[in-house]
Design a protein. Structure first.
Length: 118
């Protein structure tokens, strides 16, 4: 059974930091590209950051470059999103995604709420 379980969300003041974690199980994690998406109220889901199966390449939305860092641990089957210098506009539900085009597999977690407010 495939599972992606996000954790680490919460309420933080502007300028603060959070580290999101996504624990994966039920599939060969090391063969999947991993991404973080977010969806704010009334807005479409958007890609925040992604990392290739080998971890050699990462990609970020312009709005989070130099503030967020995605990383993965293929031993723990986990992907992380370190978020620094948080802004109110970062408020959203953050989702973990696993993707493998060859397998035609696309998995999602249930999301974790991040609220940036004073």
């Amino acid at each position: 059974q495939v599972q992606l379980v996000e954790s680490g969300g919460g309420l933080v003041q502007p300028g603060g930091s959070l580290r999101l974690s996504c624990a994966a199980s039920g599939f060969t994690f090391s063969r999947y590209g991993m991404s973080w998406y977010r969806q704010a109220p009334g807005k479409e889901r958007e890609l925040v950051a992604s990392i290739t199966p080998t971890g050699g390449n990462t990609n970020y939305a312009d709005s989070v470059k130099d503030r967020f860092t995605i990383s993965r641990d293929d031993v723990k089957n986990a992907v992380y999103l370190q978020m620094n210098s948080l802004k109110p506009e970062d408020t959203a539900v953050y989702y973990c995604n696993a993707l493998n085009f060859i397998y035609g597999a696309d998995y999602w977690g249930q999301g974790t709420q991040v609220t940036v407010s004073s």
